[in-house]
Write a new protein. Structure first.
Length: 142
């Protein structure tokens, strides 16, 4: 079976018992058997890969273990690879402080721009008032 009976689209993965596009369950018995066989084969391959990875890691640790235990005597840090909760909290606090500083700087810049716009508007109004005052007495000039 190559196409879904519900949506008629091509089936991408023959591992899934459902259509990858519409989610319709494929009722074909041969397809279901093939999907089950592929799932089992994938599980076996994954287990082999995991075993090989564990063996590689163990060999690496053994190679770098102290010289008295058959290794090269090189110190490899075997502590936790994850960051501690305190480190994560410190980073979060630093990021929050940086974001607060950025927000304060942005707010100050916006306040300066608003003040500059208000000053420009006030000057424009003063020019208009001065021009209107000049126009009131212009008829007297002759």
């Amino acid at each position: 079976m190559q196409n879904c009976p519900a949506c008629q689209r091509k089936l991408i993965s023959h591992i899934s018992p459902r259509c990858n596009w519409c989610g319709h369950e494929i009722q074909d018995a041969a397809y279901q058997e093939e999907a089950e066989a592929r799932r089992q084969a994938h599980a076996i391959e994954q287990a082999q890969h995991d075993a090989q990875s564990r063996q590689w890691f163990q060999n690496t640790v053994d190679a770098y273990s102290p010289a008295g235990f058959g290794g090269l005597g090189v110190n490899v840090p075997m502590g936790t690879m994850r960051r501690t909760h305190a480190d994560i909290q410190q980073e979060v606090h630093m990021r929050l402080a940086a974001e607060a500083a950025i927000a304060a700087a942005t707010q100050a810049r916006l306040a300066q721009e608003a003040a500059a716009q208000a000053e420009e508007k006030r000057r424009a109004e003063e020019r208009e008032e001065a021009k209107a005052a000049d126009d009131r007495f212009r008829h007297l000039e002759l």
